[in-house]
Design a protein around this ligand. Structure first.
Ligand code: ATP
Ligand code: K
Ligand code: MG
Length: 684
């Protein structure tokens, strides 16, 4: 089994694998270390990743990007309106989520964003598996830290539809921090001051800053802040708008009316932007952009900086906020690690460096750090791999509360409690205690909807607790529910049970441990993974050998049913089946194309050789026969054979082989004879 980490970016996706020697980034079918995060649809098959990019300009309406930014969203979300600017296919509403409408296999079809992500992930799976020559299943995928429960569940569903076993959804900058920490041998020990690093990731669409404390064998995220609409594509957009204006005047063309011209301009502007990161000025020129007009232009770096001034003015806001939330000052930060393609922009580097009052570090590979961190995370979690343990404490970004109906038997009971606070450690488990005589429901939601990224539902899930009844003579049942914000950052009520208070005698331990803080009423624990050791407080009296304590003893399970934003299993299974059949169809189309190309080149090869190296091994009659066969086959290939099945191409190839075989056989015998003769000569 393999151990794979994936940085699923808005523009590019990077795949890293853990091997015994360490973590490597792998290349795709055209030897690129990053794969375009794009899916396209054609008359016979889909185009995923590189092929999607190749056909993009000629098939804009049927090509979808921004996949991760669409997943888990609704059509009324203002973030989706923004995304529409960057996606060339038509975005449509599909139930309670968004999708794209495309023409595929000659028909208009709609796919949800979750399905589109699944399509892309199955390609990533195939790429990794082709390179590793191993089946790929266990995987860790990165997401922006600002992803909510619905978005995370959409990605989890997508991974499952693609046949992957998702071990963790990890926040981008947390993955980067892990990749930074693991190989480092110079981290402070437990009793030393931790090393504090600010990780700044500016990608194609978004900007994140995490402040992380490192000690030997562990990292703790102290704050994560972001600007969801700040990245390379905003620089591109400023350039596109500039040249659209300029060319309207200069050439009287309006690229905004021509999608193809707009996309070609976008590609040229991205290139120009990159050149401007290393040069004072850069040219742009596109042949026959529209109406047969060739366009060209120039830009100085300062001009670009002018164009993106409003953006640059926002560049330090996430940093200020990150320090504030981590309760630190710039002096507390030991180093600033920069990752993401957009951190190559000089004006951004300047502002960030000025803000911290020190130089920036580029220790990590800017384009690969997230993927490498994901692979490390996968290695830690995978049972097949042994890796030095490194604990990762992430934090809760949005507070989560539970609500429930008041019990008729407890008139003064609260009906809501914030269980996970912003800044709490994640993952984390909390035990909720309820005194009840009958089954009840509770609901989880984000406590501060205004913090959510766009117009997202604050609702997380509804959980019904069954099997609750009055205990003994009309006494309350003490119900305990295990609420967990898990490794993926999604919330579940994982299990329920009931307990009884019993008085037992227990020996006093030699050293009383720290007092455990327990909120009696709600049984809410402080942070961390600490579980169920509900002990009453205040046991620090004189020390007899044994003491009487009231303990809660687990008496039985409480069955739960839950409704969350996750897709139900039956839908997921049928989507997985559909994905699999589309994948097989793509493969068949690709194989057929290969066979056709093979046949075509075989015809050309034989035609060249029959009057050359094969000439002396064929009679005139044989030559004539073969030439006739080749001509027939070629005519067929350009006529009805243009769109045949794989089997038919293979059969055609065999027919030619039947005629050419004896000639080639004689030629090869001769070659072999000569080789033997040479060997013999050398021996003598
Ligand atoms: P996100 O993290 O926002 O989801 P991503 O991970 O796909 O997106 P990256 O691969 O980190 O994004 O960065 C891509 C962006 O970086 C693109 O906008 C690209 O043009 C930009 N970029 C890459 N190299 C340079 C450069 N030399 N100068 C300026 N920008 C660059
Ligand atoms: K990336
Ligand atoms: Mg990124």
């Amino acid at each position: 089994m393999s151990v794979v980490g994936v940085d699923f970016g808005t523009l590019n996706t990077v795949i890293a694998v853990a091997r015994n020697r360490g973590v490597d980034v792998i290349t795709n079918e055209v030897s690129n270390r990053a794969t375009p995060s794009l899916v396209g649809f054609g008359p016979k098959s889909r185009y995923l990743g590189e092929p999607a990019k190749t056909q993009e300009i000629s098939n804009l309406k049927n090509t979808v990007g921004s996949l991760k930014r669409l997943a888990g969203r609704t059509i009324t979300d203002q973030d989706v309106q923004i995304e529409k600017e960057f996606v060339s296919a038509t975005i449509v509403e599909m139930g309670n989520t968004v999708g794209a409408e495309v023409t595929y296999m000659g028909e208009k079809q709609k796919f949800t964003a979750t399905q589109l992500v699944a399509m892309f992930l199955s390609k990533i799976k195939a790429t990794a598996s082709a390179e590793l020559k191993l089946p790929v299943s266990d995987i860790v995928i990165s997401v922006p830290a600002w992803f909510t429960d619905v978005q995370r569940r959409a990605l989890m569903d997508a991974a499952e539809i693609a046949g992957l076993k998702l071990l963790r959804l990890i926040n981008d900058t947390t993955a980067t921090a892990l990749g930074y920490g693991i190989p480092r041998t110079d981290l402070p020990t437990a009793d030393e001051k931790p090393r504090r690093v600010a990780f700044v990731d500016i990608g194609h669409s978004d900007y994140t800053c995490s402040i992380v404390e490192f000690k030997k064998g562990e990292l703790a995220v102290k704050s994560t802040t972001y600007d969801r609409h700040f990245g390379g594509r905003d620089f591109d957009k400023a350039l596109i708008q500039h040249f659209a204006r300029e060319w309207k005047e200069k050439y009287k063309i309006d690229i905004n009316t021509n999608p193809k011209a707009l996309v070609r301009t976008a590609a040229a502007c991205e290139k120009m932007k990159k050149i401007l990161s290393a040069n004072a000025q850069a040219p742009i020129s596109i042949e026959s952009l529209m109406n047969d007009v060739d366009v060209s232009g120039m830009m100085k770096r300062e001009e670009l900086e002018q164009l993106v001034q409003p953006l640059l003015d926002r560049a330090t806001i996430p940093l200020e906020q990150a320090l504030l939330e981590a309760k630190m000052k710039v002096e507390d930060i030991d180093s600033i690690e920069m990752v993401g393609g957009c951190t190559r922009v000089p004006s951004l580097k300047d502002r960030i460096s000025k803000f911290f009052g020190k130089g920036l570090s580029f220790t990590l590979n800017q384009d690969e750090a997230v993927a490498r961190g994901c692979a490390f995370s996968c290695a830690i979690l995978s049972p097949v791999f042994r890796v030095r343990d490194f604990s990762v404490h992430d934090i809760v970004n949005y507070p989560i509360e539970f609500n429930w109906e008041q019990s008729p038997d407890i008139p003064d009971e609260d009906t809501s409690l914030t269980v996970f606070n912003k800044g709490n450690v994640m993952p984390s488990t909390k035990i909720l205690t309820f005194y009840r005589k009958q089954p009840f429901d509770l609901e989880a939601k984000y406590a501060k909807p205004e913090l959510l990224p766009g117009k997202m539902t604050p609702w997380i899930g509804r959980f019904s607790v069954k099997g609750v009844k009055a205990n003994g003579e009309d006494d309350f049942m003490i119900c305990k529910l295990k609420a967990r914000l898990n490794l993926h950052g999604v919330l579940n009520v994982e299990s329920g049970y009931y307990v009884e208070d019993v008085e037992i005698e227990e020996p006093i331990p030699e050293e009383e441990g720290e007092k455990k803080e327990t909120d009696k009423k709600d049984g809410e624990k402080k942070d961390g993974d600490a579980m169920e050791t509900d002990q009453p407080n205040g046991a620090a009296e004189p020390k007899p050998k044994v003491r009487k304590v009231k303990k809660q003893v687990r008496k039985g399970e409480l069955p739960l049913s839950s409704g969350t934003a996750s897709m139900d299993q039956a839908t997921k299974d049928s989507m997985a089946e559909k994905e699999n059949s589309m994948f097989m169809e793509d493969k068949l189309v690709a194989d057929t194309e290969d066979k056709k190309n093979e046949l075509e080149s075989y015809i050309y090869e034989l035609r060249g050789k029959i009057d050359d190296q094969y000439s002396e091994f064929a009679s005139d009659e044989e030559k004539a026969k073969l030439k006739e066969k080749l001509e027939q086959s070629e005519d067929w290939l350009y006529d009805e054979g243009d769109d045949a099945t794989r089997g038919v191409y293979v059969a055609k190839m065999d027919e030619i082989r039947f005629v050419a075989g004896p000639i080639i056989g004689r030629y090869q015998d001769k070659v072999e004879e000569e080789r033997q003769a040479i060997l013999k000569l050398e021996e003598e």
